[in-house]
Write a protein that binds this ligand. Structure first.
Ligand code: NAD
Length: 489
């Protein structure tokens, strides 16, 4: 029964490229196998785009731009609202699809449908609020008008870890602003994006406004488009290493860019923290999405007076976790995305252990089928360990301790990343000092998850450029024009 439902659902997903309002195979007839990371089995085989397909998709986005950017903002907003309603109606299908291709437990996939859907609702409300300014210049000799204009055709590149939310977080503000686009989802998890774009077609987004090119070679899509003068904007979510390469290419044409890159979030527990809150927060910040989140807490920096108690309590909770295929009841930790992810987690754990860390629980790969890693807790992780410098992207909780607030801040900021930090303290003054002192674009104060469509999501330092969501999100897709006219009197 369950298997039939999975098969039926997979059969509804379009497996082709979507260019200029038409689903079609890739030009070279090449394909991508999309696998279930919990079983290793192929879920669907879909089209892989060539460079020519990518250029055709940009051509369609360019041709659709004048009409779409001139469409009244209210109409654009209402299309987004209809997309929100239809996504909500089909929440169960989208949740299952995400669990199948990405692995996260169904409950988390449902959470992502809610979160991803909120970007549609939020930007449906932001579209009619795009505003300008009018006023006298200080000299009194003229009038200054500031107006907002859609940037133009955009390339949107998304990662595999949040297949729906990373797509809607870009597509919704781009549509709201009046931009057209070529979307390139990660080849590991393209099915959710394909199903979502089919939904956009159903609610009436006009031909050519949203195009999707899935490709086994991301560069075959990005290189020709970044060199094409018709492209006006790149929005990328993924690793810092790839983001840097794309920024170099974008610099050649001085493209507008938004970059949501890697993280290395510190999770600070002070001696005055409420440990119940801190333990709950730690589990959410670490094990949601099996740790495969840019916002995942990477370094637990815990005051020496409470480190032992904190370690004991998180370890107890980790012992209760159930690892398995995300579709099964009771499973709290799904598979990692692929073999490389398992190997990376294991290598980091081994490195920490050789440098003196203590293994509290876990620390082993789980035999296949599927690519699973045991939820793991390490304590007394030494300062030189790789796990404190690199993004773990797996279910490994690494604890290190400190004695003074200054030391905690120094350790927290000792990274080139600056996406998010988490702070647990019952002192208001200390909480406020942390807002001033921690070098991150976002912060959870006594809470382990911060994402919200109404908030400006984004990083400092090498974690990125620009913000997604909030009042700021739509401005990534708008450019201002200032006009001066003489004093009319
Ligand atoms: P990735 O950088 O490998 O891939 C991201 C996307 O870029 C994919 O679509 C991929 O196909 C494409 N890509 C890869 N190489 C490319 C190239 N040379 N040229 C053009 N495109 C290329 O990242 P990933 O493994 O898919 O995702 C994990 C990373 O994403 C982590 O570092 C994580 O922190 C980051 N991430 C950041 C945020 C955020 O909002 N800051 C959110 C989610 C994930």
């Amino acid at each position: 029964m369950t298997e039939t439902r999975e098969k039926d659902l997979l059969a509804t997903v379009p497996g082709e490229l979507f260019i200029d309002g038409r689903w079609r195979p890739g030009g070279a007839g090449e394909t991508i196998d999309v696998r279930d990371p919990a079983t290793g089995q192929v879920l669907r085989t879909i089209a892989s785009a060539t460079r020519e397909d990518a250029v055709a998709a940009l051509g369609a986005a360019d041709a659709a731009f004048p009409a779409w950017s001139a469409t009244p903002a209210r109409e654009r907003g209402e299309l987004l609202r209809r997309a929100f309603d239809l996504l909500t109606e089909r929440a169960e299908d989208f949740a299952l699809l995400m669990t199948l291709e990405m692995g996260k437990p169904l409950a988390e996939s449902r959470g992502e449908v809610t979160y991803g859907g909120e970007f549609l609702r939020w930007f449906s409300e932001e579209a009619p609020r795009i505003q300008g300014r009018y006023g006298a210049n200080p000299e009194g000799t003229g009038r200054m008008i500031v107006s907002q204009h859609a940037v133009g055709p955009c390339l949107l590149i998304t990662p595999w870890n949040f297949p729906l939310a990373m797509a809607t977080r870009k597509i919704a503000p781009a549509l709201a602003a009046g931009c057209t686009m070529v979307v390139k989802p990660a080849s590991l998890t393209p099915l959710t994006t394909l199903a979502f774009v089919q939904l956009l077609e159903e609610v009436g987004v006009p031909r050519g406004v949203v195009n999707v090119v899935t490709s086994a070679s991301a560069r075959d899509v990005s290189e020709p488009l970044l060199a094409d003068p018709r492209l006006r904007k790149l929005s990328f979510t993924g690793s810092t290493a790839v983001g840097q390469k794309l920024l170099e290419q974008a610099a050649q044409r001085v493209l507008r860019t938004s970059m949501e890159l890697g993280g290395n979030a510190p999770f600070l527990v002070f001696e005055d923290a409420d440990l119940d809150k801190a333990v709950d927060g730690a589990l959410a910040a670490k094990f949601r999405n099996s740790g495969e989140a840019c916002t995942a807490a990477n370094r637990f920096i815990v005051h020496r007076a409470v480190a032992e108690e904190f370690t004991r309590r998180v370890t107890e909770r980790v012992r209760e976790m159930q690892v398995g295929r995300g579709t099964e009841d009771g499973v709290t930790i799904g598979p990692l995305i692929d073999e490389d992810a398992v190997e990376k987690a294991h290598t980091l754990v081994q490195d920490a252990l050789t440098r003196g860390a203590i293994l509290q629980i876990g620390g082993q790969e789980i035999e296949g089928p599927g690519t699973f890693y045991q939820p793991t807790v390490l304590s007394e992780v030494g300062e030189g360990s790789r796990i404190l410098r690199e993004e773990i992207f797996g279910p490994v909780l690494a604890i290190t301790s400190f004695d003074t607030e200054d030391e905690a801040v120094r350790l927290a900021n000792d990274t080139e990343y600056g996406l998010v930090s988490y702070v647990f303290t019952e002192s208001i003054d200390r909480g406020q000092r942390m807002i001033e002192r921690l070098q991150t674009g976002m912060m959870g104060l006594n809470i382990g998850v911060v994402s919200n469509a109404a908030a400006p999501f984004g990083g400092w330092k090498m974690s990125g450029l620009g913000r997604e969501g909030g009042a700021e999100g739509i401005h990534e897709y708008l450019q201002s024009k200032y006009t001066l006219t003489p004093d009319p009197f």
